[in-house]
Design a binder for this molecule. Structure first.
Ligand code: NAD
Length: 305
């Protein structure tokens, strides 16, 4: 008998992920509250349940791919009108939340699942919509060894790398730490390119040096914020994402929350969060996060005027 998977949240990421599970032979039942998401999923042949609860009722595994921790809590617990996933699922169902949410929320969600007699893992991803479509996502997973053994082959069908980071919440911890590095390094690379411009250094010359020297990093060599040196980077297509600045702002907001709650003295991380919130709020939200270079250049021009 094939494994039955309920997939809740069929948005940009969830829809192609659910489609890849079906391609791998899993029996999938999907649900989303947005008509457009249901339409897109139906077009890919994903069966749609009447409600999240009915998708979960006979599932072995429930995967959620939602926007926020509040949404995860609401779908897990239900509301006065709508039965929650935890109440609808059979005891012992494995809950995998792949949404990017706060570490504390992930731990709370897992505890709610355990208290209801289920199993739970946090398994956020990196790799974006392209990775979701190509089944090349990286999964960062938190939960017990026993549950990881069940989840791993399922996650492998949607990704190319699945790392067990430790107990509940540590998948989200890995995600937030990685994106803190990414946000900070993109600002650093962007500031260096604008400084290079001011000093008369060509983009290509700076790239050729830094990409082979100690400045080398993903923000430079894969997602280079200036057009030219890396033809596939979003800068070459007017900063169409890629990884939208709104999502970077969201992830750095989660990082700032985690930095505060753990008491880490992280001045650059907190400042990177502020800069990305400002960039997203002032029109950059839907552009690639590397577009922050334009804001740095604009600010520099204002400063010079
Ligand atoms: P999205 O907004 O496209 O999809 C989320 C879906 O959840 C929406 O279709 C929404 O209608 C649905 N939803 C909300 N409440 C619901 C409910 N109560 N019941 C059923 N469905 C509900 O978002 P996305 O881009 O697919 O991202 C999903 C998660 O993955 C986010 O946490 C995001 O931060 C993370 N993520 C996204 C990317 C990316 O590039 N898009 C990359 C890595 C991680």
């Amino acid at each position: 008998m094939s494994t039955k998977i309920a997939f809740i949240g069929l948005g940009h990421m969830g829809c192609p992920m659910a489609a890849n599970l079906m391609k791998a032979g899993y029996e999938v039942s999907g649900f989303d509250v947005a008509p457009a998401a249901i339409e897109a999923a139906t077009a890919l042949g994903i069966p749609i349940a009447e409600s999240a609860g009915s998708a979960a009722a006979d599932a072995d595994i429930v995967i959620t791919m939602l926007q926020t921790g509040d949404q995860v809590m609401r779908v897990y617990n239900g509301t006065d009108e709508v039965k929650g996933l935890l109440g609808a699922a059979r005891p012992g169902t494995l809950f995998i939340d792949s949404s990017t949410i706060a570490v504390d929320d992930a731990r709370r969600a897992a505890q709610l699942a355990y208290d209801a007699g289920h199993r739970a893992m946090d398994a956020p991803v990196s790799g974006g919509v392209v990775g979701a479509e190509a089944a090349t996502l990286a999964f960062m997973v938190g939960g017990s060894d026993e549950d990881f053994a069940v989840a791993e082959p399922v996650l492998q069908t949607m990704g190319k790398r699945v790392v067990h980071c430790g107990e509940s919440g540590l998948g989200q911890a890995a995600k937030v730490c990685n994106n803190l590095i990414l946000g900070i390094s993109m600002i650093g690379v962007s500031e260096a390119f604008v400084l290079g411009e001011r000093l008369g250094l060509s983009h290509q010359a700076l790239f050729d040096v830094a990409s082979n020297a100690s400045g080398q990093c993903w923000a430079l060599t894969t997602n280079c914020p200036v057009p030219g040196p890396v033809p596939t980077s979003p800068a070459n297509r007017d900063y169409q994402p890629g990884f939208a600045a709104a999502l970077m702002a969201k992830d750095l907001g989660l990082a700032a929350r985690a930095l505060e709650s753990t008491g880490v003295h992280a001045e650059i991380g907190m400042l990177a969060n502020e800069l990305y919130q400002r960039f997203a709020e002032s029109g950059g939200a839907d552009t690639d996060f590397s577009g922050i270079i334009n804001s740095i250049r604009d600010q520099s021009e204002k400063g010079a005027a």
